[in-house]
Design a protein around this ligand. Structure first.
Ligand code: SF4
Length: 258
C-alpha cells in the first residue's frame, strides 16, 4: 500500500488541528512566554543605565527610571527579547574576529567582571562591551573603548552613511558617557549588518561638552524621578516622530506639562 505523505494530521492532542492557530504561532507563543517569564524573574534596574542617557527625550527617561508601565499594547514583546539575545551572539562573533585580527580586546576585568562604572551613589551605571588596549596600526591610539551593535540592514546602511552621531545619537551618547567615566580618549564603534554580516567601523573621539551635557541630563532625570515630577516634553505635538514611537505617548500627552 502506498503511504500518503501529503496528508494532514486531523487532530492535535484530541482537538481538530484546524481549530488551532498555525504551528509556528503556537511554538512562538510558547517561546515568547518562556522568555517573558524569564525576564519577569529578573530584578528590574534600580538605576539609570548609561546606554539610555543619550535618549533625546528626558521625560521618557523619567518614565523609564520610575518603572512607569508602558501604554497598553506597547509592552516589550518576546520578539524584542529574541532580538536582544541575538545581539549578544553577534557581539561574541565580532569579538572573536577582532581578536583573530590582532586587536587586544578586553571584555572582562582581571576579576572576571564587566568593565563599567557607577556614579551618583550607584544610581547611574554603565557596562561597556570592551576596551581595546593594543592592536594593529589603524590610526587609533590605544587604549580605546569598543562598542558593538548588531543592526538590521536599513539601520546599518543609515549608520554607515551618516555616521553614528547623526544616525544613532543614543549610541553616540552612550559612548561619550563611558569614555568620560573610564577616562578614555576615543572609541571604536563597530556595527554589524545582521543580514549581510558586513561590518562598519567608526573612530569616535571623546567630546567632553557632550558628555557633560548628558551627565547633567542624567542628574536632572534622577532629581525629577525622586521628586515625583516629570520633565518637559521633547516636542510641541504628539505627532513628532519620536513621540510616535514612544511607548509612553498616550500617557505623556494626557499628563500635565511641568
Ligand atoms: S511621547 Fe514624546 S514627549 Fe512624551 S515621553 Fe515620549 S518622546 Fe517624550
Amino acid at each position: 500500500m502506498l503511504v500518503d505523505l501529503n496528508h494532514r494530521s486531523g487532530f492535535v492532542y484530541g482537538r481538530a488541528a484546524d481549530a488551532l492557530p498555525p504551528l509556528g504561532a503556537r511554538i512562538n507563543t510558547l517561546l515568547d512566554d518562556a522568555l517573558m517569564a524569564e525576564r519577569a524573574g529578573q530584578r528590574p534596574r534600580d538605576y539609570l543605565g548609561a546606554s539610555r542617557i543619550g535618549e533625546p527625550c528626558a521625560r521618557r527617561l523619567v518614565y523609564e527610571v520610575t518603572h512607569t508601565p508602558p501604554d497598553p499594547g506597547k509592552e516589550l514583546e518576546g520578539r524584542s527579547l529574541r532580538i536582544f539575545a541575538a545581539g549578544h551572539v553577534f557581539e561574541d562573533l565580532a569579538i572573536r574576529w577582532l581578536r583573530l585580527a590582532g586587536f587586544d580586546l578586553r571584555t572582562q576585568t582581571r576579576e572576571g567582571g564587566q568593565f563599567g562604572f557607577e556614579t551618583a551613589g550607584g544610581r547611574i551605571r554603565g557596562h561597556v562591551d570592551g576596551v581595546i588596549v593594543a592592536g594593529p596600526e589603524v590610526g587609533i591610539a590605544w587604549p580605546a573603548l569598543w562598542e558593538h551593535k548588531a543592526l538590521k540592514a536599513s539601520s546599518w546602511s543609515d549608520t554607515a552613511k551618516k555616521g553614528v552621531r547623526l544616525s544613532k545619537p543614543v549610541y553616540f551618547g552612550q559612548m561619550q558617557i563611558y569614555m568620560a567615566y573610564l577616562g578614555l580618549g576615543s572609541a571604536l564603534f563597530t556595527a554589524l549588518n545582521k543580514d549581510s554580516c558586513e561590518l562598519y567601523h567608526e573612530h569616535v573621539p571623546f567630546d567632553p561638552a557632550t558628555a557633560q551635557e548628558l551627565s547633567d541630563k542624567a542628574v536632572a532625570v534622577l532629581r525629577a524621578a525622586d521628586a515625583g515630577e516629570l520633565l518637559p516634553r521633547i516636542a510641541a505635538h504628539a505627532d513628532f516622530y519620536l513621540c510616535r514611537f514612544c511607548p509612553f505617548a498616550a500617557r505623556c500627552w494626557t499628563e500635565a506639562q511641568p
